[in-house]
Design a protein around this ligand. Sequence first.
Ligand SMILES: Nc1ncnc2c1ncn2[C@@H]1O[C@H](COP(=O)(O)OP(=O)(O)OP(=O)(O)O)[C@@H](O)[C@H]1O
Ligand SMILES: [Mg+2]
Length: 296
Amino acid sequence: MGGGTRGSPGGSPGGSASRSPGGTSGGSPGGADLVVRDLSVGYGPVRALRQVSLEVPEAAVVTVLGGNGAGKSTLLRAISRTLSFQGGATTGGTVTLGGRRIDGLAPDRVVAAGVSQVPEGRRVFARMTVADNLRAGALGASGGRVERAAALRRVHELFPVLAERAQQRAGLLSGGEQQMLAVARALMAAPKVLLLDEPSLGLAPLMAARIADTVREINAQGTSVLLVEQNAALALRLATRAYVLEVGEVTLSGPSAELAASDEVRRRYLGVVDEDAAADVPGLTPSMPRLTRWES
Ligand SMILES: Nc1ncnc2c1ncn2[C@@H]1O[C@H](COP(=O)(O)OP(=O)(O)OP(=O)(O)O)[C@@H](O)[C@H]1O
Ligand SMILES: [Mg+2]
C-alpha cells in the first residue's frame, strides 16, 4: 500500500490524500460525472458550506464523512436543489452532471437529469401504500411506462419484501424496511447518481450490513453513489474515494484506503478503541501502528 497519510504521526497528510479539494476537470461531457465546485450555502445568516468541491466519477461510490452539523445533509440538499424547502440557499459555486450545469434547475428537473436523493431519516409517505410510495418516486423521472416498469422490476429484485408488502401502508414497515423503501423510491427514477443520506443511521448492525450490500449492488448495476455517513467504517468499505467535511469545509480528501489509514480519520471517525471496525477497512493491515500510539 502507498504511504499516503499513514506514515505521518502528526496527522499531516501526504500522498494522494490531500488537505485541499484540489482543482480537477469539470467532468466528461455526456458522461455522468457529478462535479461540485466551490459550493457555498447559507441558511439565512448561518453559513453551512464554504467553497466545497468534490467529484463523483461515473459509476463510482464516493463518501462524505463528518460529525453532526458538519454540513453533510446540506451538501446533498444543495445538489438535489431541495435547500429552499429548509430555508437554505446556495450563495456560490456550481454543480454539473456530465458537464451540464444542474445548479439552476428546479428539484424535479434535477431528478429528470439523473440525480435522486434518499433524504435523511428515511422519510417515506407513511399513510400511503408501499406501491404508491414507489409510484411517487417515478414522478419527475424522464422515462415513460416501459422505463417505470423496468425500474419497478429492478427495485423488487433488490428488495423482494417490497413486492410482498406492495399493498401495505408504508408506516407499518420496520425501520430497516422503510429505509429499503426510501432507497427503492429514489431508484424508481432510474438515477445516474444516487445521493444517500445516512442510510445506516439507527439500524441494527445486520440491517446496516444489508443496506451496505444493496449499495454495492446498485453501484454494480452502473449507478454512482454519493454516500453521506457518520458510520465511517462502513462508508470507507463501500467507497473508493472519501471526503471529510468539518464545519462546512472539506478538510481532507483522497482514496478511501488512504483516508482509512490516516491518523486523523482513524482517531476522529473510526474511533480510537474500535480496532475491529478499522481492521475491516481496506488498506489497514496488521502491521498498522497499535492504538497505544495515541495514548500519550
Ligand atoms: N433548516 C435549517 N435552518 C437553519 N440552519 C440549519 C438548517 N439545517 C441545517 N442547519 C445548520 O447547518 C449546519 C449543517 O447542518 P447539516 O444538517 O447539513 O449537518 P449534517 O452534517 O447533515 O449533520 P447530522 O450528522 O447531524 O445530520 C448546522 O450548523 C445546522 O445547524
Ligand atoms: Mg444530516
